[in-house]
Design a protein around this ligand. Structure first.
Ligand code: CMP
Length: 159
């Protein structure tokens, strides 16, 4: 199934200069970037994006982290894109993320360490968790006029 999914390069990824590296990994896998922008997230918008986490103990730290600098938001399209993108990104806790994934290659912090410091876990990327969440997040972050329709040169081989 052709899907669209939201990816955010969080403030830690932007500040470390990883925009190109992260984007490259999705492009090389053959996925299509159909929307792309840099955004300064405000607290109200953070509460909408992280609605499922607002009541959690770590939310205060999560909001502080996500508003701490600009994020790069992109919509990625491809075959089963939600699942494929999450595989490329790796597991939420960088310490346990497989080497070869973005989090496994560029971060190593643990939940335990983040919790001790009363901070959100800095894990470089947000990627929609499932197809339903992806639909909601695409609509929350991008207007129809910000999404683009075009053909990648290799599309005839896979679609
Ligand atoms: P993300 O994929 O953006 O979705 C929710 C975010 O909350 C997650 O990445 C982490 O940055 C953060 N997070 C999730 N669980 C914890 C936790 N137990 N302690 C600290 N931060 C967390």
């Amino acid at each position: 199934m052709i899907e669209q999914t939201l990816v955010l390069i969080k403030p830690d990824g932007v500040k470390r200069g990883l925009i190109g590296e992260v984007t490259k990994r999705f492009e090389l896998r053959g996925l299509k970037i159909v929307g792309l922008k840099m955004v300064q997230v405000e607290p109200d918008f953070s509460k909408k994006h992280y609605a499922a986490h607002v009541d959690k103990k770590f939310y205060k730290g999560l909001e502080k982290f996500i508003v701490s600098g600009p994020v790069v938001a992109m919509i990625i399209e491809g075959v089963d894109a939600v699942e494929v993108v999450r595989k490329i990104v790796g597991s939420t806790e960088p310490k346990g993320a497989d080497v070869g994934t973005i989090r496994g290659d560029f971060a190593h912090i643990s939940y335990e360490h983040a919790d001790k410091k009363d901070k959100a876990i800095e894990n470089l990327i947000h990627a929609s968790g499932n197809s339903e969440e992806a639909k909601q997040e695409v609509a929350l972050w991008f207007g129809i006029d910000e999404l683009h329709s075009y053909k990648l040169s290799h599309e005839d081989h896979i679609y």
